[in-house]
Each structure stands twice: as C-alpha cells, then as structure tokens.
Ligand binder design. Structure first.
Ligand SMILES: [Zn+2]
Ligand SMILES: [Zn+2]
Length: 425
C-alpha cells in the first residue's frame, strides 16, 4: 500500500498548522470589526449548486470538481466544494438570512477541493478564508470588502508596497451579453492564431480567453474589445463610485480591464490582490467580486452580494517571501523536573496544579535523568524549571530555577502557583 498522503494534498504539520491558526485568528479579529459573523457549511453540496452557481462552462465545473454518487437509491450527485461562495449563498437562501431590506455579513474558513495539476501554492485540497456581504447594492460595500482584504494582508505583515490591487468591472445583464458576443466574434476572426481551447471558448465562455496562458492567445487578446468601454451607464457609475471610495480610504489600485476571474457569477466589480515575490507566475493571493444574480440562480429573490476568498497556501508563501513573522509561543512556560522516582507523584500533581492555573507546564514521562530533564526544558523553551526533590519536599519546598540567568530559589510548595505567576509576568 501507498502510505503517503494523496497527490495534491498536504499534511499540515505543527509549523504550518500554527501559521493556519494564526491566519484564522487574525481573520476572526479583523473581520469582526467590519461586522462579519462565522458560518460553516458542509464540505459537499448537491452538484447542481456548483454547476449552476459557478457555471457549466467554467474550468472548475468542466474539469476540476470531485463529484461522486452517494449510496441513496437513486443516488444523489454530490460534489466536494471547489470554492466557498456558492455554499454560503445557498445556506443564506435556505435559512432566509437576508430578508428583503436586510443584509448579512458572513465569513468562512476551511478546505476546498479542485482536481488540478499540483504545483507551488496550488493543491487539490487547499484552504481558503472568505467573506460574503449579502444584501448591499451600494458601491461603498464593494470598497469595504476590498478594504477588508487589503487590511488583512497588511495585518499579516505583507507590506502594501509589495502588493498590487487589480480592479475591473464585469458589467451586468444589460451590458455584458452584447460584449460577450463581441469577444466571441473577435476570437472567431482570429481563430487561426488561437489555441483549440480558446476556439472552443468562443462558443461557451469567451471571456475566459483573457486568462489563456498561451502567448499567441495573449497577443490576440491584447487587442480584444474591452468591457470598460462598453459598460452601461449604471455599471459605469457604480465602477466610478467604487474607485472614489477606494481613493477615500487611500487604498491603491490598478485598473486591469482584462481581469475576468474564472467564475460566471460575477457582475460589476471584480478584484484581485497580487504579490511580487514568492509565487512566480501564480501571483494572486486573494480576490473576489460582486455576484448580484447568484441568489436568483438558486431560486431566491434578487439579492445583491459580493465577497472575496484568499488562499492559505499562497498567502503563506507571500508572508515567507516578505519576512512576515508567525508567532510561535513556547511549548512549555514551566518544566516540572523531579530529582528521583520517589517524588514522581508530587511532581505530576504539581504540573496539574500549574495547568489548572493557566500555565503551560510540561514534565517527563520517559524516566529521564535530572540532567536530561533540564535539556528537555531548554528545548521546549521553558522560562522556569520547578525541581521537586525528596529533601526539599520534606521541608515543604521546591526549587525554582530561572532558565534565563540560572538563578535558583527555594519556594514554599503552598505558594508555588502564585510564585510562578509573578515570575512569568
Ligand atoms: Zn488560448
Ligand atoms: Zn451594465
């Protein structure tokens, strides 16, 4: 048998898991300031939720989903979630979280699944954090969502100077269909110079040709018509207002009229944050947009919505490249050492008293010598070692050694918890 994790998955060992928890905690604290509440949805949904929500012609739905039949008769077609938005919007509809005239702000974090070729920062099981702001049509909501993403990366220690915020408008049902037809016609005019995939896209999802990595396709698409020049008046006004609000917040952005992002549900604002270092060509660490029609796709009432998702793996690479620090608390604040086996019970009980009092305490379970216990205390980063010995114990005392300067004191065992607290403070 192959006893390794499946290709495209990774075990999060303590260093990486700690980084994930740091990123999650940072998100919880920051998102709460903007009024976001947590939500957890199932890791799998009925396949139609993604097929309809994300779009049949997207790469995700066409090629990358983990879809399976369950054991019901007849079987349900289920799919491991490839992204978070469709599930959150489905849940908001099911539980009526956004009655007319109301709004909801939700955030999620957890694993997503896409069958892709694994590469640096791109896994088949990958982790995302995202927010969804439902019910708010105003352009200030767009700028606020973008501000949350921008501030989040800054809070993690990625300097603003190393990030680029790209901004575009995808238009809406009034101006996009005609534009899509323009792009499809443009691709057909240049069919000879484009890859087979893009030829096919002309009939299904022409805007995806802007994302094609083929140099000759990129060359052709650099001359394609731009939606920016064809937005209807309300879409153009919305886009201008979003930019104005970003200016107010002094969040720098670059307009990228070819930014389309790979999902069909976007309307109007789309955005992406990229970094210069650590990721190579796959340099986006987060992005999102507005999806005012998504709730209707699922049979709900028209409900404006927008949000972002950011990838844990890529964000961590960007943090490492920019030298951002991930806090690593010591595994033990206090190490309880024993001189010999005769006081093992007292040492065990003392460690528990310290833990009950909120102190991270560790002790030996391997019958190590006193010297080896001190070595272990040092390795765990303990600030103090409390030594329990038969002679001291007979006098109702223990020895407390300060590991920073080696100074030792005899302390009454009765007051040891208070003593440790004052020394750690
Ligand atoms: Zn192409
Ligand atoms: Zn429009």
């Amino acid at each position: 048998m192959d006893a390794r994790a499946p290709r495209g998955t990774a075990d999060m060992l303590p260093d990486v898991a700690r980084a994930w928890e740091h990123m999650t905690r940072t998100a919880q604290e920051l998102f709460a300031r903007y009024g976001y509440e947590p939500v957890y949805t199932p890791l799998f949904e009925h396949t139609e939720i993604f097929a309809r929500g994300i779009g049949e012609a997207t790469d995700i739905v066409a090629k990358e989903m983990y879809t399976f039949d369950d054991r019901s008769d007849p079987p349900n077609s289920l799919t491991l979630r490839p992204e978070g938005t469709a599930s959150v919007v489905r849940a908001a509809l099911q539980h009526s979280l956004v009655p007319q005239g109301s709004f909801a702000k939700l955030y999620y974090s957890g694993p997503m699944f896409r069958y892709e070729r694994p590469q640096k920062g791109r896994m088949r099981q990958f982790w995302q954090i995202g927010i969804e702001c439902l019910g708010a049509p105003e352009p200030s909501a767009d700028a606020e969502v973008i501000a949350v993403l921008w501030r989040y990366f800054e809070t993690l220690g990625i300097p603003a100077a190393q990030m680029r915020l790209l901004l575009n408008s995808m238009g809406d049902e009034d101006c996009r269909p005609a534009y899509r037809d323009n792009v499809a016609a443009y691709i057909r005019e240049h069919a000879g110079a484009m890859c087979d995939e893009c030829d096919r896209r002309a009939g299904t999802n022409p805007l995806r040709a802007f994302d094609c990595k083929n140099p000759s396709c990129q060359e052709v698409m650099s001359g394609a018509p731009l939606l920016r020049d064809r937005l209807c008046e309300p879409c153009a006004a919305h886009y201008e207002a979003v930019k104005g609000h970003l200016d107010t917040l002094r969040i720098p952005y670059a307009e990228e009229p070819r930014l389309v992002r790979g999902l069909d549900y976007y309307t109007r604002t789309v955005f992406e944050v990229q970094v210069d270092a650590g990721l190579g060509a796959q340099n986006a660490i987060g992005g999102g947009g507005r999806y005012d029609r998504l709730m209707e796709q699922f049979g709900g009432k028209p409900t404006p919505g927008l949000g972002f998702a950011l990838g844990f793996e890529r964000t961590l690479l960007a943090m490492e490249a920019s030298g951002a620090k991930i806090p690593a608390p010591p595994r033990a604040e206090v190490y309880v050492a024993r001189v010999d086996e005769s006081v093992a019970g007292e040492a065990f009980e003392l460690a528990q008293r310290l833990r009950d009092a909120g102190v991270a305490a560790e002790l030996d379970h391997m019958a190590r010598s006193l010297k080896a216990q001190f070595k272990q205390a040092d390795k765990l980063g303990a600030a103090l070692v409390v030594v329990v010995g038969p002679d001291e114990l007979a006098a109702g005392e223990v020895t407390v050694r300060d590991m920073s300067d080696g100074a030792s004191d005899r302390v009454a065992i009765q007051g040891i918890v208070d003593d440790v607290h004052s020394r750690l403070a």
